[in-house]
Design a protein around this ligand. Structure first.
Ligand code: 13P
Length: 267
């Protein structure tokens, strides 16, 4: 098993990558890794994530309370957001938050990344919804993100940035890179007269490939209520286009209420 110091070094490497790729400015962004159910490593607040050494990295418990931090370092101000992801997604081992230029521009414009424009984005991300705006460091952001956690592995944070999570630190970082690449392509193709979207059939075939590969994580190919019912899903169902995600539970509640009303009316 990889030791804690090595994981701290890996967090610093990923910090350099997000900084050097312009996914964060100054002291922005934060990264965490789950060691076990009660111990998590996270970046400290208020430092440039591009210039960290392992001594910077803090250790917290599942409530975000400090277990170990070197003098002068305190856990990220967004630790509650990270902890909510771990709490509600036991499969997640790492969370990366950044402010990549294009993805954040979409988050500011209030436009979710839902247009199916290239196979890789459809297969790896599906759609990227927007979690409604919350004040940084409060429970508002975790609450907003929570609504999407069971359906997506990346979300835009309204007027703020992006959040990606996966079963390893590298995978969470790669997901963030994919979100930004997708956002950039979407932006550029909109400048060129608008993207030529993949058809519903092409999207369905890509979803099928994802299912066949047995790819882990949450994705519209597996959890979209329409896909569950054997209908064209997510990219074409329109639910991702709204700020609320494709929510199977909500759909089930609506179906249950409709059934009850119809029964009452004797229909
Ligand atoms: P921290 O330095 O406290 O992690 O905050 C950076 C940030 O990007 C807040 O959204």
């Amino acid at each position: 098993m990889i030791n804690e110091y090595e994981i701290k070094k890996e967090i610093c490497d990923i910090g350099k990558r997000i900084y050097n790729r312009g996914m964060v400015a100054a002291n922005d962004g934060n990264i965490s890794v789950k060691l076990n159910d009660h111990e998590f490593l996270c970046t400290p607040t208020g430092v440039s994530k591009g210039f960290m050494t392992p001594e910077f990295i803090c250790k917290v418990d599942e409530n975000g309370k400090v277990i170990q931090a070197n003098k002068g370092f305190k856990p990220s101000s967004e630790i509650k957001m990270h902890m909510r992801v771990y709490k509600e997604r036991p499969d997640v081992k790492s969370v990366v938050h950044a402010h990549p230029m294009y993805a954040t521009a979409f988050a500011i414009a209030g436009i979710p990344l839902t247009q199916p424009i290239m196979p890789e984005a459809v297969i790896t991300l599906g759609c990227v919804p927007i979690a409604e705006y919350g004040t940084p460091s409060t429970e508002e952001i975790p609450d907003a993100v929570s609504k999407h956690l069971q359906y997506f592995d990346a979300v835009l944070l309204e007027n703020h940035g992006a959040l990606a999570y996966a079963d390893s630190l590298l995978a969470a970082y790669h997901k963030m890179e994919s979100v930004e690449f997708y956002a950039q392509l979407l932006f550029l193709s909109r400048q060129l007269g608008g993207p030529k979207e993949l058809s519903k059939e092409q999207v369905e075939r890509l979803y099928e490939i994802r299912r066949q590969f047995g790819m882990t994580g949450k994705h519209p190919a597996n959890v979209c209520v329409n896909a569950k019912n054997g209908k064209p899903s997510c990219h074409s169902c329109g639910a991702c286009g709204s700020k609320s995600s494709c929510n199977a539970d909500e759909e089930d509640v609506v179906a249950t209420i409709t059934r009850k009303v119809m029964k009452e009316l004797g229909l």
